[in-house]
Ligand binder design. Sequence first.
Ligand code: PAF
Length: 280
Amino acid sequence: MQVTSSIAQLKSFQNKWQNQTIVFVPTMGNLHNGHLSLVEKAKQSGDKVIVSVFVNPLQFGPKEDFDSYPRSLEDDLLKLKTKQVDLVFTPDKKSLYPNGEENQSFITVPTLNKILCGVTRPHFFQGVATVVAKLFNLVKPDIAIFGEKDYQQLLIIKKMVLDLNYDIDIQSGEIIRENDGLALSSRNRYLTNEQRKIAPLLQQELQSMRKALENNQTNFSNLCELGISNLQQHGFKVDYLDIRAMDLTDALPSQKEFIILAAAFLGTTRLIDNIKYNHR
Ligand code: PAF
């Protein structure tokens, strides 16, 4: 496994691998089994796997955890080595943002940027789309793989790729969960023991809502209100809980496929999760 923080070296690998299918998994490090499942998928999807590790300042708000975001490069590299990744790209801030705070070119996908997570984190998706576009320009992958836990992020990247004519096949990997149902996330480590016991209730609430859809309940706003109130009773501060169509537009009772999405705080830790529902 090669590791480089240099854009010039990354380019020299690309030159060597010109006739091979390059599969890219962008990450912010602090890798868990969710990331590693994307890497496994990448290994099966092409010839060379490139993983990037970069904590992107542009996707953190001024009051968010950029400085304290867990960084564990040594440990990440050991994990990636066991998955036989070909190249790990670990750029520094200066090489990705040579103009620092003066960076003035951004990628925005306005309709998808403003809803759900975008309401309380208005900076977030512009930061994600911009860094992913930069990484695509540098890595030049044939395929890129993103996790479905960040479903809104996945749709934004797909839209960006379509709108900007990137010749990249965007694939996704399913949510990986702890045994008690909590979706894996680098931020789970912030939870206190008490909060960790409560955290799986988020997923359980989504499951109950899915059951209600299965039982042909179509009053979506009532279902969401009930879900929010249940979560609040357990100590969650709910950012949003919503039932949407798969393209994240408003859900209509006549539709067959839905996604139930939530973001909620336990203390200062923000958890997100989603489940899909297909009405056969
Ligand atoms: O999902 C993430 O870890 C990040 O948002 C990404 C896609 C690596 C961009 O920084």
